[in-house]
Write a protein that binds this ligand. Sequence first.
Ligand SMILES: O=C(O)[C@@H](CO)OP(=O)(O)O
Length: 346
Amino acid sequence: MAAEVYHQAIGTLQSHSELNSFNHHQKLRNNLVRLATKDFISSNGLSRRGNSHSGQRKCSVIRSLASQTSVVDPVSSSPSRSTNRDTYKKSNEASLILIRHGESLWNEKNLFTGCVDVPLSKKGIDEAIEAGKRISNIPVDVIFTSALIRAQMTAMLAMTQHRCMKVPIIMHNENEQARSWSQVFSEDTKKQSIPVIAAWQLNERMYGELQGLNKQETADRYGKEQVHEWRRSYDIPPPNGESLEMCAQRAVAYFRDQIEPQLQSGKNVMIAAHGNSLRSIIMYLDKLTSQEVISLELSTGIPMLYIFKEGTFIRRGSPIGPSEAGVYAYTKRLALYRQKLDEMFQ
Ligand SMILES: O=C(O)[C@@H](CO)OP(=O)(O)O
């Protein structure tokens, strides 16, 4: 059984070239073997429990899932004191989904975009919806996005596919009036909502005087090597723009100050952001060197799953589809969450 799970999970990772170009397979193999032997719930165990549920139990499942919802008080990082915690909450772990926005209208035109606020293309919209299907069984309690519309569209479109059917709501904390005017006065409605926190710190790196220029024309004009250095070196910024190192300073500081406390308190987090702000965060999560991060490329609209457990981040690749068995073999907590969704909707 352990070997079967191991191969399933490795298959998931290897069939995706989205997070490519550097080799963590040895580390992954070790982690996966450990998980396969320790954490896998057999399908027999799951179906036995599933069969025993009465209608009454179903209602309590729905209530307990609702109790997992972040209330619309996302910045509170203290763990809830509720005694009605689900098993998967008690396991002291949380899911972290990272997703680069779907293709934007400027990706389509091959223009340097940076902090220019461009919406998704038609293909990007489809990618975001497809990404949502892939994560539709993975718990999400709070969403962080950049301040840019392409990341926000991606998060919102992805959540239209989520089986929890909760409503993502953008938090307006920019001033007291915005906070006050966007209050929700029903506890039940809050429980059926997922707070979405937009932060400029998660924006794409500022591309300086390259913003709006065509990438190919810029390479023709300044030379391929110069443009590659601007695009992919770690500490050399494009003219009047940010280097990846500068982008990482603000993105990782935000992740550590605002997002990690949420994970520590057991909240499941999704981050919808950008190629370079996410490369920075992945560098931190996977402890990549500045040499390793420069060859890391992220495709648009591909969700990547991490498990946060006992203070460490375990990379779990990208779920291929909502019912892909391998993903739910990663931890009992994920398997249980999916089982509850299945029970709610059967
Ligand atoms: O144009 C941009 O803002 C980024 C991401 O699309 O480009 P690059 O691939 O050079 O990081």
